[in-house]
Design a binder for this molecule. Structure first.
Ligand code: 13P
Length: 342
């Protein structure tokens, strides 16, 4: 492992002013997104949609890296250029989702374990050769207080798998994005989210240590401390920012170069406002940026709706969201900028 090189990539992925575009929806997830805009999920439509984003030069100025799904990393644009080449030419780093989704965790009703470790050592060199310099693995932890979820079994086994994945990536000279996602689907309040995320992050960093993962060569992709979508108690932007920064300071060693949040079901503007408020607090040991899927793509998907005549408009909408999040990664976003664009 060349740690200096891994660290360089991790720093570039999380440099202030830019963030990561999570365009790695599995075939099942992208179908759901396309269903919402009445577009058939064919291989060609998926390619056209993603090509549109990667060719949006104004938007890509704010994108440090793009997470791809296995199908996309091998695809060529309409004119025959490999999509990874388009991403690189836009000044961005190609990355690859390597987990194979979730499976039920035995003896833990309602809980999940992420699959995909078995063939990973053989798959990673092929992705590196294809241009991937970072990877992603998502572990999913749900909160259901009534059902006693999450169990320690789910937290431990998912942290163990994340660390196994991270160690294999570093051995293959690929920066692992370590993503333990505590879902915001439940009815829990922000303090319950804080407690569970704290437990999950502590366990994850313990496993990373046991499995000899070099923290200087990872990017952490966590959820924010935030109330569940079904909670009656909604937190202010400042409360989310303060609690998330407190939580991360308590759990994430300063050796980690950067943290890139998932959006997890927050609205586009909330995801931007929260990131901005955290960076306005300042004085942080790592850089804090975005690795958004829905919060970056929801608006351009709607604007596009599968029609070639909408491509330019959709690219403008994408550029706006990317620029807003780029400003938020420096604590320089203002809500007025949203109104002006509308
Ligand atoms: P969201 O921002 O839509 O949560 O997606 C980010 C991601 O990559 C989840 O794994």
């Amino acid at each position: 492992m060349n740690l200096a090189e891994l660290n360089k990539v991790a720093v570039a992925m999380t440099m202030p002013g830019k963030g990561i575009l999570a365009a790695d929806e599995s075939s099942g997830t992208i179908k759901k997104r396309f269903d919402a805009i009445n577009v058939e999920s064919t291989e060609e439509n998926r390619r056209d949609y993603r090509e549109m984003l990667f060719r949006a030069a104004e938007g890509m100025k704010h994108i440090s890296g793009v997470i791809l799904y296995d199908e996309t990393i091998w695809q060529k644009a309409k004119d025959g250029t490999p999509l990874v080449e388009i991403i690189r030419k836009a000044g961005s780093i190609p990355g690859i989702k390597v987990d194979e989704g979730t499976k039920p965790l035995p003896e833990c009703p309602g809980e999940l374990i992420t699959a995909g470790l078995d063939k990973l050592p053989e798959r990673l060199p092929k992705y590196f050769e294809q241009g991937a310099r970072f990877a992603k693995w998502r572990a999913v932890i749900d909160i259901d207080i009534g059902a006693g979820i999450p169990s320690y079994t789910a937290i431990l086994t998912n942290a163990h798998a994340l660390a196994r994945y991270a160690a294999l990536c570093q051995a293959a000279q690929i920066v692992p994005i370590v993503e333990p996602e505590v879902l915001m689907d439940g009815a829990h309040d922000i303090d319950r989210c804080y407690e569970v995320t704290e437990f999950v992050l502590k366990e994850t960093f313990q496993q990373l240590y046991y499995q000899k993962v070099a923290l200087e060569g990872i990017v952490l992709k966590p959820n924010m401390a935030i109330a569940g979508k079904k909670s009656a108690k909604k937190s202010s932007v400042d409360e989310v920012a303060e609690k998330t920064v407190k939580l991360l300071k308590a759990c994430v060693p300063g050796a980690v170069p950067g943290i890139a949040f998932l959006s997890g079901g927050q609205s586009d503007e909330e995801a931007t406002a929260h990131l901005d408020a955290m960076n306005k607090i300042g004085n942080l040991p790592w850089s804090l940026t975005f690795s958004y899927g829905r919060a970056l793509q929801h608006a351009p998907q709607k604007a596009w709706s599968g029609k070639s005549e909408n491509v330019a408009a959709a690219q403008r909408v994408f550029a706006h969201r990317a620029a807003m999040n780029g400003l938020a990664s420096k604590g320089q976003w203002k809500q007025d900028l949203e109104k002006k664009a509308a």
